[in-house]
Design a protein around this ligand. Structure first.
Ligand code: NAP
Length: 321
């Protein structure tokens, strides 16, 4: 019987593991086949407090993992394949084991959506990206395309004007989904232009992006458009496939949480991008992992399953942390 099982190993899951481990709960982390979450796909992280020179995303995740292990978290690089949150104790299944747990912290994150067009996968990291804050600086004075019409696309386009000489937003309709303020900001920026009613059919290039094949959706004509990079900003998909029918989800599949840690299942807590589609930052995910671990610990205390509190400085519930 586990006291805490954490599903996921991005900043949310691993921070939850650090706090649960320091509370002497010996959490079991099901880290997934590829641990570390979205930060494993990034280069420099310059906005995570404590690293004035920046830190590589994978390095940051390795450090948080080591920190959790140092305090007794057990981290398995396996995927959770299904859960039973109606059962008491809760059940989390992996391909080889079924784990029974008093509490589960779900921190499975979200994945950027891709277009699924030819060339996109081949040129990922060589001009195709889903993260302007990660990769924008590589395209100084270049012509950059952003695909999408929501707040993410506007935010990416605005951010990319710091680097590119020109930023073209390619959108499939003639109206933006983005909030008024973001749309106005983008429209007012002289470096940004818009290409409406246009779909991306292919990303062109062998070694790096040299352009896009586009389709004018009004007359269905195809044409090639030169550019040096394309940032796909068509939204994220929460990683909640294994949670369908187990937790209340919103219409987009994000976990519904009234207060940002509790879920619709007793003993199941949530952290990170799998419920938070608003901030989606490493630091906000880490903060929510901390909160989920503290709430899980309090829940266990209430059930009288928690270990005796440690003396001294350890303990997730310590107000000094
Ligand atoms: P979103 O609002 O769902 O917008 C996705 C955009 O991508 C839409 O314009 C959509 O076109 C387009 N799109 C979707 N699939 C596509 C495809 N296959 N091909 C081409 N275009 C496609 O997603 P988001 O922009 O990531 O925003 C998600 C949430 O986070 C929203 O609630 C947003 O307000 C919030 N957010 C807020 C901020 C901020 O306030 N600073 C920043 C980022 C995100 P259609 O319009 O035609 O559907």
């Amino acid at each position: 019987m586990e006291r805490v099982v954490v599903i996921g190993s991005g900043p949310a899951g691993l921070t939850a593991a650090v706090y649960a481990a320091r509370a002497n709960l010996a959490p079991l982390v099901l880290a997934g086949g590829l641990y570390g979450g979205q930060l494993m796909l990034t280069t420099d992280v310059e906005n995570y407090p404590g690293f004035p020179e920046g830190i590589l995303g994978p390095e940051l995740m390795t450090k948080i993992r080591e920190q959790a292990e140092r305090f007794g978290a057990r981290i398995l690089d396996v995927d959770a394949t299904s859960v039973d949150f109606a059962a008491k104790p809760l059940v989390v299944n992996t391909p080889d084991e079924a784990y029974r747990a008093r509490t589960v912290i779900v921190a499975t994150g979200a994945s950027a959506r891709w277009l699924g067009v030819p060339g996109e996968e081949l040129l990922r990291g060589r001009g195709v990206s889903t993260c302007a804050t990660c990769d924008g600086a590589f395209f100084k004075e270049r012509h950059i395309v952003v695909v999408g019409g929501g707040d993410s696309a506007m935010e990416e386009a605005l951010f990319l004007t710091r680097f590119g000489r020109r930023v073209t937003v390619v959108h499939r309709r003639d109206g933006l989904r983005a909030s008024k303020i973001m749309a106005e900001r983008a429209r007012a920026n002289p470096k940004i232009d818009f290409m409406w009613n246009t779909a991306v059919e292919a990303v062109l290039g062998d070694e790096k992006v040299i352009g896009l094949r586009l389709r004018n959706l009004l007359d269905e004509s195809l044409f090639d458009f030169d550019c040096d990079a394309v940032f796909i900003a068509i939204g994220h998909t929460p990683n909640t496939e294994i949670l369908r029918g187990q937790l209340d989800l919103d219409s987009a599949g994000y976990i519904l949480s009234p207060d940002g840690t509790l879920t619709s299942a007793e003993g199941v807590f949530v952290a990170g991008d799998v419920y938070d589609h608003r901030y989606r930052q490493a630091i906000t995910a880490a903060g929510s992992g901390c909160r989920a671990a503290m709430d899980a610990e309090r829940y266990l205390e209430a059930l009288e399953f928690a270990s005796p509190p440690l003396t001294g400085s350890a303990g997730a519930s310590s107000e000094r942390r």
